[in-house]
Design a protein around this ligand. Structure first.
Ligand SMILES: N[C@@H](CCC(=O)N[C@@H](CS)C(=O)NCC(=O)O)C(=O)O
Length: 236
């Protein structure tokens, strides 16, 4: 168990910060939470003492600060051996860790950036075109990496770093595509449901207590709507 105190500097609306919450919850680690108001400029103390990049999340362990969500979740998985990643020291374990990293890297580089185009676009038609491209990427690049998920990555019965580092994005796409929010074209989720390997994995991911503990759909929808309005105003 942890011998020093954890403090997590976070915002519940941030999917990157959510990664740290999921890892801490999966590991059953206690921590103090400091909510950073992302609507205001970062205060001097935060930039000086916590994260000079001004971003959340940041995790303090004793007197040491760790920044960048992927580095934070990796640190936690390394420090506290668990279901999140196999223990290091054998080629087999290293291979599974490499496969997890490839999955997360593919997800972030091919889905997370383009996914903004699901709700920020100049027309509904453009949104639908962006949605079709993302569906194709999920089918061709992501789903094959989940072929042995049972139900989680690589056949794991419990969530791994693959889920820790992607679940917060998945929950957003499915929520924002609900008809009542009108943010992402509904057919996006309809088409995803046809990709069996992907959808089976998503169904399990969306049940994770470690994800749902900090998930606040109404807040994320409100923040996303504001972001869309801002982008529209800037485009004028
Ligand atoms: N690469 C960073 C990205 C973190 C990030 O972009 N956080 C956003 C919130 S989701 C942030 O702190 N933005 C500063 C701001 O909005 O002022 C990570 O993985 O930790």
């Amino acid at each position: 168990m942890a011998s020093k105190k954890f403090t997590l500097y976070t915002s519940h609306r941030c999917p990157w910060a959510n990664r740290a919450h999921i890892a801490l919850a999966e590991l059953g680690l206690e921590f103090e939470e400091v909510i950073i108001d992302l609507d205001k400029p970062r205060e001097e103390w935060y930039l000086k003492e916590v994260n000079p990049r001004g971003l959340v999340p940041a995790l303090k362990y004793g007197d040491e600060v760790i920044i960048e969500s992927g580095i934070i979740t990796q640190f936690l998985a390394d420090a506290f051996p668990s279901h999140l990643a196999p223990n290091t020291g054998t080629p087999e374990a290293a291979l599974l860790r490499a496969r997890i990293n490839i999955f997360v890297d593919t997800f972030v580089s091919k889905i997370v950036g383009p996914a903004r185009g699901l709700y920020i676009a100049s027309s509904e038609e453009e949104k639908r075109a962006n949605a079709s491209k993302i569906v194709a990427t999920i089918k061709n690049d992501i789903a094959p990496l989940l072929s042995d998920a049972a139900p989680f990555f690589g056949g794991s019965k419990k969530p791994t770093l693959a889920e820790v580092n992607t679940a917060s994005f998945v929950v957003r796409y499915y929520a924002l595509a609900k008809k009542e929010h009108g943010l992402i074209p509904e057919e996006f989720v309809g088409e995803l449901k046809g990709i069996e390997t992907w959808q089976k994995w998503v169904d399990e991911v969306l049940k994770l207590e470690s994800l749902l503990g900090i998930w606040n759909e109404a807040h994320v929808v409100e923040v996303t709507k504001r972001m869309v309005e801002k982008a529209k105003a800037q485009a004028k």
